[in-house]
Design a protein around this ligand. Structure first.
Ligand code: PAF
Length: 283
């Protein structure tokens, strides 16, 4: 596996391995969820590139940019074992040698709701870095495939929309969420949980499952009432929920009237102690 630190180094490494890249962008601290995306990407291109870059642009000043776990040696060992060809791990000055004053402003209807409402500017930071990573990875080949996890459901939708609107020659493929045996969605931020909190953390996915079941029941009460009830129950279990909500999958807007089965997604974000977790469930 080759390590590239700069965009020219990455492009030189890709020039030596012609073909279409399959690409998995990450912020490192890789867990089984990331590795599943890497394995899924392996047959989707001629050369497999993974990036590791903790992107300051997508963190608010009070968030965990400085403490975000950086586990370089373990990440490289896992990537190599998963068949990654090139790890692109720029330093901050490699990717942002000057302040990044040109930014991608995503559609507010999609990006200023849910995560974007509670983390203003988050998707501007994500889109800006992903556009730059796509430029670095796909420039020479003229395109390829990028794999994003459904765990970050809204991020996947925002990236899909960006790719469509800019006609980028990138096929975006979704990877299923990997879960621990108790059902907790794998996330780098699970590492912040105390032992007690870790035992409780599955309550978020349980709350989403209960919400989805209640919303699908014949003669169900209005969604707003079910969502409020779900938030209250989670709060009683000691969480501070930001949102638990049912949305249309295709645009993440509230469903208009009766929705066909298989078109909705329940999404949630809540804080347990000092850790903010997100999860979702398609139904
Ligand atoms: O999902 C992530 O890890 C990040 O948001 C991404 C896509 C690597 C951009 O920094």
């Amino acid at each position: 596996m080759i390590t590239a630190r700069t965009i020219p180094e990455l492009r030189a490494a890709l020039a030596a391995r012609p073909g279409r890249p399959a690409f998995v962008p990450t912020m490192g601290n890789l867990h089984d969820g990331h590795i599943a995306l890497v394995r899924q990407a392996r047959p989707l291109g001629d050369v497999l590139v993974t990036s590791i870059f903790v992107n300051r642009l997508q963190f608010l000043p009070h968030e965990d940019f400085d403490s975000y776990p950086r586990t370089w040696d373990a990440d490289c060992a896992r990537l190599e074992a998963a068949g990654c060809d090139i790890v692109f791990a720029p330093r901050e000055t490699d990717l942002y040698p000057a302040p990044q004053t040109f930014k991608i402003q995503p559609d507010p209807q999609l990006a200023d709701i849910l995560e974007g409402h509670f983390r203003p500017g988050f998707f501007t930071g994500v889109c800006t870095v992903v556009m730059k990573l796509f430029s670095a990875v796909f420039f020479a080949s003229g395109g390829g495939t990028a794999v994003f996890g459904k765990k970050d459901y809204q991020q996947l939708m925002v990236i899909r929309r960006m790719v469509e609107q800019f006609a980028l020659p990138v096929q975006v493929v979704a990877g299923e969420t990997e879960r621990a045996t108790d059902g907790l969605a794998l996330s780098s931020r699970n590492g912040y949980l105390s032992t007690g909190e870790r035992g409780q953390a599955v309550q978020l996915s349980q709350a989403l499952r209960a919400l989805a079941q209640a919303a699908s029941a014949p003669g169900a009460p209005p969604l707003a009432a079910l969502e409020q009830q779900a938030m209250q129950q989670l709060a009683q279990q000691g969480w501070a929920p930001d949102y638990l909500t049912v949305r249309q999958r295709h645009d993440l807007q509230p469903p208009q009237g009766a929705a066909a089965p298989g078109t909705l997604v329940a999404l949630g974000a809540a804080r347990l102690g000092g850790t903010r977790l997100i999860d979702n469930l398609e139904f």
